[in-house]
Design a protein around this ligand. Structure first.
Ligand SMILES: CC(C)(COP(=O)(O)OP(=O)(O)OC[C@H]1O[C@@H](n2cnc3c(N)ncnc32)[C@H](O)[C@@H]1OP(=O)(O)O)[C@@H](O)C(=O)NCCC(=O)NCCS
Length: 171
């Protein structure tokens, strides 16, 4: 039984485990392999501090005491975009993939964003080894692709695909 909850600093160690493991596995989540534990912990420490200030929501999918996956909703948008949020760092542990956990995390992320008055979500995903099919299955609309946008964790450039979805009252 998977339980999705809003995370705080108590989850920092397990979030770091997932980030390191995801990067090592080739997941495009802004970091290069090998990602050191201090760098992973520094990222999550900053992210969870931003969450405590209300600038984002970090969600976790718990399988008992084990963190199986996570997603972040970025809320700290410019003053002229108070209705917008951004999806980031969607990751599910390899041992827990293919069970609908990412889809459940995304639906909860949308609910958390809508509860904060957001009506538009945007995201991007790597053209190679990304999760385009997952987002399209969840109703996200493809906007376009930027070639050679970022390095893959093990090197070599990949493009990025941009998506959006209207949610809440605008959904
Ligand atoms: C992408 C990822 C989060 C998917 O997690 P998951 O829990 O296995 O996904 P789910 O089981 O919820 O899949 C939901 C649906 O999306 C599909 N899907 C999952 N991953 C997909 C992918 N990479 N590409 C295309 N479709 C995918 C599934 O087949 C499923 O479809 P269905 O509803 O028709 O059966 C996971 O593979 C992962 O952590 N990858 C590495 C990090 C990464 O790439 N994150 C995305 C950054 S933008």
């Amino acid at each position: 039984m998977i339980a999705i909850e809003v995370l705080d600093e108590a989850a920092e160690e397990q979030l770091s485990d997932i980030l390191i493991e995801t990067v090592a596995g080739g997941g495009s989540v802004s970091f290069m392999h090998p990602l050191s534990r201090p760098d992973a912990e520094a990222f999550w420490s900053g992210s969870l501090a931003a969450a405590a200030r209300g600038g984002r929501v970090v969600l976790g999918a718990w399988d008992g005491a084990a963190l199986a996956g996570t997603v972040t909703v970025l809320l700290d948008c410019p003053p002229n975009q108070p209705h917008r949020g951004e999806i980031a760092k969607l990751m599910v542990r390899p041992s827990h993939r293919g069970r609908g956990i990412a889809a459940a995390l995304m639906r909860r992320a949308e609910a958390e964003a809508a509860a904060r008055g957001r009506t538009l979500l945007v995201l991007d995903t790597a053209s190679e080894d990304g999760a385009a099919g997952l987002y399209e299955g969840l109703g996200y609309q493809f906007v376009g692709e930027i070639p050679d946008y970022a390095l893959k964790p093990h090197g070599g450039l990949t493009g990025t695909r941009i998506y959006f979805r209207r949610i809440g009252a605008a959904g």
